[in-house]
Design a binder for this molecule. Structure first.
Ligand code: MLT
Length: 303
């Protein structure tokens, strides 16, 4: 009998793939395996019985991977399983930002409370929401895993020019990338030439704080930056300064902090990039399947 511990309802959904005759599911004591989504294992004592951890998601920064590897514990994630969900939100954000979607919708709703005839108010007020079109604008995609690759390819269909760079893998071998995506030779090329920059890299020691004063200074004035990867990729002190002096037009992030919430030109989402029914199902299933396969056959397959 093997014991599987889950920490979130999403991860728990994947448990259907386990036969309950062979496994005890969601047992807190000395698990053989753990399935989780965003729960942090960093300060959780590691049971000597633990053999594997599976994350229902792409990033593994909530898991002490190095420590677990030293103990012989295998860590799985679910690359690509939520990529479409994140891509849709990222591309929606490019358009929404350019058309002042949130501001315009909120402004219009507030008119109702005035008790006045709204047509004249709309006619005079809507001028403040003149936007820009994304057609012909250049999107810089940093990181070409499953999500970055989808964002790059689909932005082409919206009429954008797309330039892509991956700090770790050659763009030539990157994930099914369209030949219409321009390959940047360096990350600086992205910084200097793009109207929108979107981050799709994992959080590691190398990428932490990769966007900072120095990188902002190379960017076009008024560049919009999207972060659906991890908040810590951007140095918050430098970001705040660049937003206040309007070097950055808008910062759209899926990682809230108190400081960001108080800034005018930020759009802060509550980490919902992967929160669609489809993505949650895909991640839960994939995480459970790789775990089951490992526990039953010893086979390490990460997708
Ligand atoms: C990911 O790393 O893929 C996301 O953080 C998934 C999630 O929202 O749980």
């Amino acid at each position: 009998m093997l014991f599987i511990q889950t920490y979130n309802s999403i991860a728990k959904r994947g448990l259907a793939v386990f036969s309950t005759e062979c496994y005890k599911l969601n047992e807190a004591e000395d698990p053989d395996a753990i399935l989780l989504r965003s729960y942090s294992l960093h300060n959780v004592p590691i049971s000597p019985t633990l053999k594997a951890v599976a994350r229902a998601g792409a990033g593994v920064n909530n898991i002490p991977v190095e420590k677990l590897s030293e103990l012989g514990v295998v860590v799985f994630n679910t690359p690509g399983a939520n990529a479409n969900a994140v891509k849709e939100l990222a591309l929606m954000s490019v358009i929404a930002t350019s058309r002042h979607f949130l501001e315009a919708a909120n402004w219009t709703k507030k008119l109702v409370g005035n008790g006045e005839e709204i047509s004249p108010l709309i006619e005079s007020g809507k001028k403040q929401f003149v936007g820009t079109e994304i057609q012909g604008k250049r999107l810089g995609v940093i990181g070409l895993g499953a999500i970055g690759g989808l964002v790059a390819n689909d932005a082409l269909a919206l009429g954008m020019e797309v330039m892509a760079y991956d700090p770790f893998i050659s763009v030539n071998i990157a994930w099914q990338l369209s030949s219409e995506v321009k390959r940047a030779e360096s990350i600086e090329e992205i910084y200097k030439n793009c109207d929108y920059i979107t981050l799709h890299v994992p959080l590691t020691d190398e990428t932490r704080g990769m966007l900072n004063h120095q990188s902002f200074s190379l960017m076009k004035d008024g560049v919009h930056i999207l972060n659906f990867s991890r908040g810590e990729l951007v140095l918050e002190d430098d970001l705040e300064a660049a937003l206040k002096e309007r070097k950055i037009g808008k910062y759209i992030t899926d990682f809230p902090t108190n400081r960001l919430l108080s800034l005018e030109n930020t759009v802060v989402l509550p980490h919902i990039g992967a929160s669609t029914k489809e993505a949650e199902e895909n991640c839960a299933q994939m995480a459970a399947n790789v775990l089951k396969q490992f526990l039953e056959t010893g086979n390490i397959r990460n997708s």
